[in-house]
Design a protein. Sequence first.
Length: 246
Amino acid sequence: MNKSLLILFFLIATATNAQGTVESKSPFSEPRYHYFLKTILLFNEYLDTDNGSFNTTQVRALVPIGDKAWNLRFDLPLISANTNSINKSGIGDVGMGVSYIPFMERQNGIALRARVYANSAADPSFGSGKWVVMPAVFYGKYMSDKKFLWITSLEYQASFAGSSERSDISVIAYENVLFHFFGKNWIAADVAFRYNSILEGFQNNAFLEFGRKITPTNLAYIHPSVAFGGNKTYNYGLEVGLLILF
């Protein structure tokens, strides 16, 4: 599953971006789009496929830099496979990224992001076999007195190096997620449309998410997902995560 939206939730204090002071109630201070506090995200994702199952345990670190309009991201996945041909664990493709917020207001904002994933998997089945670059643009907007947040994104994924024996990657992903906040809780619904031009088919997915702020600096969430499209990469999945803000 593409993790193009997997960044974070509830800011506790105010923050500063390139335009000046930004209140905590701004679009990119909410679930999966937190740019202002140092954050560690720990999550486990189970995916069922036609050839068995894959389980990914991942550590993601988010570090704001400069005037906090910039953000660095690091991903370290540990993958376990239980398929007809594989039953083992190992490191997947590690990644890093940088994000920038060129425009921010209380009700809406725009963010840009670029990620690179290395051909670092311990086993060919744990990664793409390619170096992949992923530029993306996001737009977020609050609605109904900030009880709802809509974020839409467009990302392109392209391989530029790696094993010549593995298929190239060329995928465009358009994603929409809607959050509803109430008390210390949130629920979200997401639909992502992905077209793989190499396979000439769609690899779409959708999920529901349920989350709660469990301490002043810790948040937990769970989201089941389902894939659809003629070239889907899995059948259904379940992700559970813990967000630590500091």
